[in-house]
Every structure is written in structure tokens, then in C-alpha cells.
Design a protein around this ligand. Structure first.
Ligand code: UD1
Length: 312
């Protein structure tokens, strides 16, 4: 039975990976500092070994990787505005901790490490959809940090022979995404506002676009990346392959929820990318990946979860 370490496993995406692995019957250990992750995200997932600790401490990283076959490195402070506000704290979480995990994984003989990269690496480069070989152009500390850690991964593969795969996520959404901070993902903020009858805020004119990706698609892509024979050393977009503006997102959610409110338009956000859309050809070729849940179905499942969690 293969064993997995999910770093950041008490976070939004990490907890979905953990739940899927546990349901498959694989052995799973989670390491999480609980800075942004929540212990309750793992409630009801049986058989998970939980280690609380900060991976910016190399000893924590070394203990966490002991005896595991695969490392799914999800731990991060995953926010553009938070990195603009406090670049040093996010550098520590996104780069220092990642380097520790890589060193620890190399020394422990881990079979493969799959890293949570970010579409923010592309910045405002003009061509859409984004292909992995295009030049990068990070616009925020977060984007730069995610790119540096991803380059550390490819370099560790070339230099030390540690197998790594970077999956570049594109605006992931779904159940358990925490809407409680102004730094939260926009879909979690919009849904929680609309469900509670509040007016969501749109930064800028709302015509910026994103390739919003339901979390089950990302889980599928990451788990494929653990075993795909030709994936090591590669950077691979995992997304839906479409794009939608924030204004359109707002209207769609308002319709699905049956809310009546109008949005509040506010200043554009510093460090924001204008348009984002993935080319998923490489994921198809190297991983056999195909989105399994559509954008609209993903929204419906997410709304249902927020409604249920509100009534709890
Ligand atoms: C970026 C990355 C994404 C990464 C995420 C981590 C890009 C293209 N995407 O997402 O891969 O996982 O950081 O946080 O860089 N907005 C509002 N109202 C709100 C909140 C946000 O209008 O209340 C707007 C933002 O200004 C932005 C869009 O919604 O234009 C999406 O914001 P957000 O959900 O925070 O994600 P990104 O910063 O795009």
C-alpha cells in the first residue's frame, strides 16, 4: 500500500487530496502548521496521521517525510494580497518551507514529489491560453515565490535525481474553501455573501477573467501526476481550459442562489492579473487528464456545501 504525505493537508485543497487518498485505502500523513489550515477540515476522514508543525523548520520537514513514498506539497500561504501585505511571512511559507521539504524528500528517498504551482506565474503575458513554456512574469510576491519553488523542484530533479512534478493550479474552488478572510478565494467570498444576502465586492471593472477549476479536477490531476511515467521534471497546467469574467461569475452565482443583490465595485487590487486561461494539452498528454467536473456543476456542489455548513 503506497504511503503519502500531504503538506498543508488541513487546508482547502490538501484536505480534498487527503480525503480521496484515505477513501482509496492509501496510507496518509498530514503535516500542517494550522496557520491557514483548519483541523476540522480533516473531521470524518478516517485513518489520517496528523502532525502539527511548521515546515520552515527543517526538522519538522525531515520527520514528516519519514517512510513515505509520495509527497504532495500543498503547504503555502496561498494569497496574492496577503503576500503584497507581508512578503516576508509568505516568502518563509512559500519558499523556505518548500526548500526544506525538497531537501528532506531527497534525503529520505521519496519516490516522487508533486508540487502545487500557480497560474499566477504567467502574470500579464499577452497570449491566451497559457502554455507552460511561455515566459513567466510574476506580478506579486506570491507569484514569484510559487515560481521560485517550482524552479527548485525542476532543479532538484535535474541535479539530485529527485522526481518532481509541478502542477500549476488555476483558481481552484470548492467545498471547504474558507470564506472568512478578505484574502479568501473570490468564489468562496461571493457565495457566502450571496447565501447570507450580503453584497459581494468586485475589485476593478469585473471584466478580468479566470479559469476557475473545481477542486475534484485538481485532485485527479495531482494523483495522476504521482504515477504518470513521463511526468517527472515537468510543469503542467491543471484547469478547466475556459475563462469567465468576474461580472459573469457574479451573475451566474446570483442566478443559482436566487439572490437579488447588486455587487459593490471597488478599486482594482494591487498585483492582480487581468486574464487567465490554461492550455491543458500537456496535462492531457502526460497525465491522461480531462476535467471531470464542469464549472457549473462545481459551482452547484459548492453552493450546496456553503448552504449546509451555514445551517450547521
Ligand atoms: C491567484 C492565482 C491562483 C492562486 C491564487 C491564490 C492568478 C491568475 N491566479 O488567484 O492561481 O491559486 O492566487 O490565492 O494569478 N476579487 C474580487 N472580489 C473579492 C475577491 C477577489 O473582485 O472579494 C477579484 C480579484 O481582484 C481577482 C479575482 O477576483 O481579480 C480573483 O481573485 P482571487 O480569488 O483572490 O484569486 P487570484 O488572485 O486570481
Amino acid at each position: 500500500m503506497p504511503s503519502y504525505l500531504v503538506t498543508g493537508g488541513a487546508g482547502f485543497i490538501g484536505s480534498h487530496l487527503t480525503a480521496t487518498l484515505a477513501a482509496r485505502g492509501d496510507r496518509v500523513r498530514v503535516v500542517d502548521s494550522l496557520i491557514t489550515g483548519k483541523r476540522r477540515n480533516l473531521d470524518g476522514i478516517p485513518g489520517v496521521e496528523f502532525v502539527e508543525g511548521d515546515l520552515a523548520d527543517l526538522d519538522v520537514a525531515r520527520r514528516a517525510v519519514q517512510g513515505v513514498d509520495f509527497v504532495l506539497h500543498q503547504a503555502a500561504i496561498p494569497s496574492v494580497p496577503r503576500s503584497v501585505q507581508d512578503p516576508i511571512a509568505s516568502n518563509r511559507a512559500n519558499i523556505d518551507a518548500s526548500l526544506n521539504v525538497l531537501v528532506a524528500a531527497r534525503d529520505a528517498g521519496v519516490k516522487r514529489l508533486v508540487y502545487a504551482g500557480s497560474s499566477s506565474a504567467y502574470g500579464n503575458t499577452p497570449t491566451l491560453p497559457k502554455q507552460e513554456d511561455m515566459p513567466t512574469g510574476p506580478l506579486s510576491p506570491y507569484a514569484l515565490q510559487k515560481l521560485v519553488a517550482e524552479q527548485y523542484c525542476t532543479m532538484f530533479t535535474a541535479l539530485y535525481g529527485l522526481e518532481t512534478v509541478t502542477i500549476r493550479y488555476f483558481n481552484v474552488f470548492g467545498p471547504r474553501q474558507d470564506p472568512s478572510s478578505p484574502y479568501s478565494g473570490v468564489i468562496s467570498l461571493f457565495i457566502s455573501a450571496l447565501v447570507e444576502g450580503r453584497r459581494p465586492t468586485i475589485h476593478g471593472d469585473g471584466e478580468q477573467t479566470r479559469d476557475f477549476t473545481y477542486v475534484a479536477n485538481v485532485v485527479d490531476g495531482v494523483l495522476r501526476a504521482c504515477v504518470a511515467p513521463k511526468a517527472s521534471g515537468h510543469v503542467i497546467n491543471v484547469a478547466t481550459g475556459g475563462r469567465i469574467s468576474l461580472n459573469e461569475l457574479f451573475r451566474t452565482l446570483r442566478g443559482l442562489i436566487g439572490a437579488k443583490v447588486e455587487p459593490i465595485y471597488d478599486e482594482p487590487r494591487a498585483g492582480d492579473v487581468r486574464d487567465s486561461q490554461a492550455d491543458i494539452t500537456r496535462a492531457r498528454t502526460l497525465l491522461g487528464y480531462e476535467p471531470i467536473v464542469s464549472f457549473e456543476d462545481g459551482l452547484k456542489q459548492t453552493i450546496e456545501w456553503y448552504r449546509e455548513s451555514q445551517s450547521r
